[in-house]
Design a protein around this ligand. Structure first.
Ligand code: G6P
Length: 614
């Protein structure tokens, strides 16, 4: 979704770092971009709909190299439209004070209509349909000489969420930033202070960062940062080291981030598993969970909450928790969670799954669960993210930055973490040491199993070429492979725009089978685990309707392959490793279909990496 970058230096040019910072945030999804630069004469604003490259072109057309290098302070933004169309007028930065103040904003001002009406009465002129423009005018109205306190007073009027950065010609050398419900990170490097809504826009400058907390407002200067509460009380925030380096957010020779991230999975899984398996006692070591065995043993029920791919991981978690730990578990779609009076209390375990750790609906569900007294844990990838911090305990994926909007390596790491949680939980309940040791072996084999799947890339690309032009597809799975089928279908629709539906294999005949025919290929998950024979039966039902079937089959299982028109062969798995291994094949299948169709794979239309609105 929207992205913020700010740069403040005495001597270093700001233009290039601002534009490059926006490029790092492109993966979040956006539809316009803009930049505001501070000079002695005032603030200059440049905005463009479309890609950051368009904005860069506009800057080059409008300013000579020497002029560009003269600006050392600026703010920049990528906007993903919420209030108003993606137009130049609605793009950020928004200005007030006759163009003397510029402001960028992530989040939503819920009471913007009332604030706008009040400001219009005071004579403020609005040029956009956005909620953000009221913030710019509010700050200008409150500015009586102290920029920071003007921002604080303005923000006190706001209902909703914000991450903001603002500059004003009345306060040269000062940038004010603040956050509530929308992340903001500050990096202090040699000769410059860099601000961004996401560390990936900062790591090119420094890996020492400060994460602002909700309610913080900070004065950023070329020399550093002073942080206050909205009531002007100074606060100190720790400087933290970012593990990711600039190189790890580059494409590394791959055509797309998505392909790079698919191929990183043996490594990302190794990082997820490292140090977490106790191969003496046959259990998992998940210190961040902070739940002693006594608490684990007394949990009555688990709910696993997430959105999109993270929800599918949670659905696989249900099978793992119930099979290995006899713990009744329900996956919950985060956006619905608080609308159905969730019956959750002190003996229930709410587990929030979120790659970004910023998804608004998942965060709201975490708050609801904390409010109802449940034990709450998070499974996040982004360290220091809001969900990770608010949950207070949990397990990080350590999968490295995921840039492609379509999630891949996060899913396989999420399911792996859930498997380790199920193992730990199972050992406090019913699993023997021997059974635990067997599971440790299976989990440790995952990186190698995934490497085996990646070797099938060319074969998968060839099958994708046969089916790339269809309009509809179905994905079928049974048991723990049902969530994997949902995830395979989600990947397909996200990046290739082929209409794809995931179904529990037997459910197909309760309606969707009416749609089957020669132009509706079916991807069937036929890994050789319990339930396979029944899915083979469902495949025959599809073939009888002339639907071509692409089987995802265990290598050597020629009998299952014989029922399919095409087969993608996978290494042998257990029921517990099958969802991870089979999803990798479907990620590659979706990738190649999208590539052949000429789609924008890393930034699919209308999608955002991190959905921070409800
Ligand atoms: C967006 C992304 C999906 C992701 C979902 C949940 O819709 O496009 O790829 O699965 O958000 O994100 P989270 O960061 O909470 O896992």
């Amino acid at each position: 979704m929207c992205g913020i970058v700010g740069f403040s230096s005495r001597t270093k040019p700001a233009c290039a770092p601002l534009v490059n910072g926006l490029r790092r945030l492109e993966y979040r999804g956006y539809d316009s971009a803009g930049v505001a630069l501070e000079s002695k004469e005032g603030i200059k604003v440049f905005k463009k709909t479309g890609k950051v490259a368009e904005l860069d072109r506009l800057l080059k057309e409008s300013l000579s190299d020497a002029e560009q290098e003269g600006f050392t302070i600026g703010i920049a933004h990528t906007r993903w439209a919420t209030h108003g169309l993606p137009t130049v007028e609605n793009a950020h930065p928004h200005v007030a004070d006759g163009g003397g103040l510029a402001l960028v904003h992530n989040g939503i001002v819920e009471n913007y209509a009332a604030l706008r009406a009040q400001l219009e009465k005071k004579g403020c002129k609005f040029v956009s349909q956005t909620d953000t423009e009221v913030l710019a005018h509010l700050v200008a109205v409150f500015d009586k000489g102290d920029f920071l306190s003007a921002v604080s007073q303005a923000l006190k009027k706001v209902e909703g969420t914000y991450g903001i950065a603002t500059i004003s010609k009345r306060h040269p050398g000062e940038m004010i930033v603040a956050r509530k419900g929308s992340p903001l990170v500050i990096g202090v490097s040699d000769g410059a202070t860099v601000v961004a809504s996401d560390v990936s826009a900062i790591v090119a400058h420094t890996r020492q960062v400060i994460y602002l907390k909700d309610g913080d407002v900070a004065r950023v200067t070329p020399e550093g940062v002073d942080i206050y509460t909205l009531d002007n009380v100074p606060v100190s925030r720790d400087v933290q080291a970012v593990e990711w380096d600039a190189e790890s957010v580059e494409k590394g020779g791959y055509e797309h981030f998505m392909l790079k991230e698919i191929f990183e999975q043996p490594e990302s899984l190794r990082n997820t598993i490292r140090g977490r398996l106790d191969t003496v006692n046959g259990t998992a070591i998940l210190a961040g969970l902070g739940l002693p065995p006594r608490d684990l043993a007394s949990i009555r029920r688990a709910v696993i909450i997430g959105c999109g791919t993270s929800l599918h991981a949670g659905m696989a978690g249900k099978y793992l928790f119930e099979a290995l730990a006899d713990l009744p578990t329900s996956p919950e779609q985060a956006a619905e969670f608080r609308y159905c009076n969730p019956i959750i209390g002190p003996s229930d375990w709410a587990i929030a799954v979120s790659q970004s750790g910023e998804t608004a609906d998942t965060l709201a569900a975490v708050r609801e669960s904390i409010g109802k007294g449940a034990l709450v844990s998070a499974i996040c990838n982004v360290v220091g993210s809001t969900i990770a911090r608010e949950a207070g305990r949990g397990v990080y994926l350590h999968a490295g930055p995921e840039i492609s909007v379509a999630s891949t390596k996060a899913f396989t790491s999420q399911v792996t973490v859930l498997a380790m949680m199920a193992l730990k939980l199972g050992r406090t309940r019913r699993l023997s040491r021997e059974e635990g040791l067997g599971l440790c072996n299976e989990i440790s084999s995952l990186p190698d199993l995934v490497s085996e799947v990646l070797k099938e890339n060319d074969a998968i690309a060839a099958i994708a070429a046969k089916y790339a032009k269809v309009d509809d597809m179905f994905f079928l799975g049974r048991g723990i492979l049902y969530p994997a089928a949902l995830e395979g279908a989600l990947k397909m629709k996200e990046i290739s725009y082929v209409h794809a539906e995931g179904y529990q294999a037997a459910e197909l005949k309760h309606g969707p089978i009416a749609l089957l025919g020669a132009k509706t290929p079916v991807v069937a998950l036929l890994c050789d685990i319990p339930g396979k024979e029944k899915t083979v039966g469902n495949v025959q039902e599809c073939r009888a309707r002339k639907a071509p079937v692409i089987g995802i089959v265990t290598r050597g299982d020629e009998e299952a392959a014989a029922h399919c028109n095409d087969a993608i062969f996978l290494p042998r798995t257990s029921p517990f490793t099958a969802p991870v291994v089979s999803v990798v094949a479907m990620q590659l299948f979706a990738y190649h279909v999208a590539r052949i169709r000429g789609c924008e794979i890393d930034q699919p239309r209308n999608l955002a990496k991190s959905v921070t609105v409800e």
